[in-house]
Ligand binder design. Structure first.
Ligand code: ZN
Length: 372
């Protein structure tokens, strides 16, 4: 490379007022305001746990007994298609994150899921090997790569498995588990660009705190690699690594002053404004449909509160009417209906109708109104 090549600037360097940066005064005030503990849970070694936290709540994850890394996943509580996007977050903020960085969600939502309020390991910076803490470079350990690399060893308590078991009660599966943020984990790339991990620097009582920017479902695994000081693959390593495994603690708080967030001008994160049509236009005129018609692919939505919804790309959605059978709604009241073809209208006495997606996309639902 020519030495005259100028040093590149970060590709996503935020400008003033960018959503990539927050108002530190607001977030410092939130962090230091009186709060009330809603719930707490101590994750035993080599286990997983999942919990929900409403928008505006504070989630603290700590190392109560000393160094231990934790693999964290995040979803929108009401829509698991929206989940943490480690790659984009890495581009927007950095390979490792700390105070006032935000963890962003996948397309087509593209909004903050949480903002980091505090981080007692922010002092770590960049170590002599180029390692940094709270890693977005890597992902969770999993039994598939373990068996691949160690010749068929069976071990069921990797982070991927711990996260899978943790989210099952929330109706999610292995396919919902995604690339993590490795909390308290020091990683970097060596001179050849190879991923490395260094022992966790956390002491008893270290923590990282997040402000939920939307209603979230979070899942955490106490990595079977413990503090990573004895990392290795295969069954012998699993036995060895247990010596450096410790619990993690999760605490969820609400602010004592219920109005503080509003007074500070904080608002829950909104999805990005792009309409999601990708250059397509929909010209089909659709007839009125009986029953109001908003759905996601998992559960009926409350038509009065939802502001945006997904539907299955090219698939069939079962639509649950929240209103009484016989009520008629004009389809144009619902942006969703612009992109949906009625496939079949049936009255099962519960206002159920079937629709087929005509075009991929998403809709923004205007206020439901009875059509008389
Ligand atoms: Zn792990």
């Amino acid at each position: 490379m020519s030495s005259s090549t100028p040093k590149p600037v970060p590709a996503y360097l935020p400008t003033a007022g960018s959503p990539l940066t927050i108002d530190p005064t607001i977030y410092t005030t939130i962090q230091s305001a009186p709060r009330q503990l809603l719930s707490s849970y101590r994750l035993p070694i080599r286990s997983g746990h999942a919990w929900t936290a409403p928008a505006g709540s504070i989630i603290r994850i700590s190392t109560p007994e000393g160094p231990q890394v934790g693999d964290l996943n995040i979803w929108n509580q009401h829509n698991p298609r929206e989940r943490f996007w480690a790659s984009r977050t890495k581009q927007l903020h950095g390979s490792h994150v700390s105070v006032h960085d935000r963890l962003w969600s996948t397309l087509p939502y593209m909004r903050p899921m949480v903002t980091i309020l505090s981080d007692t390991l922010s002092w770590y910076g960049r170590d002599e090997h180029g390692g940094r803490v709270h890693d977005l470079l890597g992902t969770r350990c999993d039994p598939y790569i373990n068996s691949l690399l160690s010749g068929g060893a069976e071990y069921d308590f990797h982070c991927h498995s711990n996260l899978t078991r943790a989210v099952l009660p929330f109706g999610l599966t292995e396919f919902d588990v995604h690339d993590v943020i490795n909390l308290f984990q020091v990683t970097g790339l060596d001179e050849k660009g190879r991923y490395f991990m260094s022992p966790c620097p956390a002491k008893a009582g270290d923590y990282i705190e997040f402000l939920a920017e939307q209603d979230v479902l979070m899942a955490l695994s106490t990595c079977p690699g413990g503090d990573l000081s004895l990392w290795g693959f295969g069954s012998d390593s699993q036995k060895d690594m247990i010596k450096c495994c410790r619990p993690l603690q999760v605490e969820i708080y609400k602010l004592e002053d219920d109005d503080l967030l509003q007074k500070l001008g904080w608002q829950a994160a909104e999805p990005a404004k792009y309409r999601g049509m990708h250059g397509m236009t929909v010209t089909d005129e659709l007839p009125d449909v009986g029953g109001a018609v908003i759905m996601n692919d998992r559960a009926p939505c409350d038509i009065n509160t939802i502001s945006r919804a997904d539907y299955l790309d090219g698939g069939i959605g079962v639509v649950f009417d929240q209103f009484s059978p016989g009520d008629v709604f004009h389809q144009k009241r619902f942006a969703m209906a612009y992109h949906m073809k009625p496939l079949l209208k049936i009255d099962l006495g519960e206002g159920i109708a079937l629709f087929q997606a005509a075009k991929p996309g998403r809709g923004e639902i205007v206020k439901a109104k009875r059509h008389s």
